[in-house]
Design a protein around this ligand. Sequence first.
Ligand code: KG4
Ligand code: ZN
Length: 338
Amino acid sequence: MALTLGIETSCDETSVAVVQDGRKVLSNVIHSQVDLHKDFGGVVPELAARDHLERLPSLLDLALDNANIKPSDLDLIAVTRGPGLAGCLLVGVGVGEGLAAAWSKPLTGVNHLWGHTYAAMLAQPDLQPPLLGLVVSGAHSDLVRMPEHGRFEVIGRTRDDAAGEAFDKAARMLGLGYPGGPALDRLARTGDPKRRPLPRPSLEGLEYSFSGLKTALLYRLRDLGGSLTEQDRADLAAAFEHSVVESLLEKLDQALTASQSQEGVVCGGVAANTLLRKRSEEVVAGRARLTMPPLDLCTDNAAMIAAAGYSTSPLAGEVGRSPGGAFRPAVVDPSLSW
Ligand code: KG4
Ligand code: ZN
């Protein structure tokens, strides 16, 4: 049995977790900075970094307590090294380095996007690559093939905004505060997507684009002007959500057909969206097994970082779960890609 401590500080959630053998969550404490940033309408990087630093010590104690373990029981420390906000990543990596030195434990740097994908393996412990993933977050809308542990091939991505970014911007246009995605999700539940339909973006191949859809919403709101009712807002939220979700799933559908993959994963913060979860089930049904992490493992959390760090480390090789990777350097890289 191997225990991994995960640390996640890439954006506006501070999280510490303990995961057993890369699959079983023993604790996963998450502090959301929503209250800190909401008056600014978005994440303020300086405030975010400082708050991560202030919160980490108590979250660390809580994560160890909840897992009922001592630091000496740990086998590995895994910390997000990118992509994310530079100052925020520096805090997490600095703390990870300090703990690794103080406790004489190996440290591994984790790609946050890998983390989102490995969250699916916490939800479905027998899930193994090869798999096909739709990874949708605040900064990414990527279709990836994962042929084996620690290897990812991007087969589709967005040309402009990520799905989460598009939701956040649409939410702002609709007068909803930060964080926009969940607020738009709630408003859309009371709307009808057919009453004020918006175009569905559809590009050739496996590419996404959401900027035209965003502009269409802007013009629709401008046209309605002062006559915009609460119901109109809800209908437009539902129409926007419908277009984004159908566009995401049209390409997932194509990629599933092309790859003949038996395992489909939909993950990342946007995978918390009510309609995306429902429609993913329908689109993937009967063709592959679909795994969507539960909501608290879709949005940013440290359990997924521990899972990815462990599963791509030499420790996983010992229990036969992967060919045995390496402890990757915990070097901060804010623009890290797959
Ligand atoms: O993965 P995540 O927590 O952070 C990043 O790595 O970016 O994703 C955050 C994104 C935000 O854009 C947020 O608005 C969106 O996920 N999101 C949602 C929902 N919950 C979070 N978008 C639509 N519906 C939701 N329920
Ligand atoms: Zn994320």
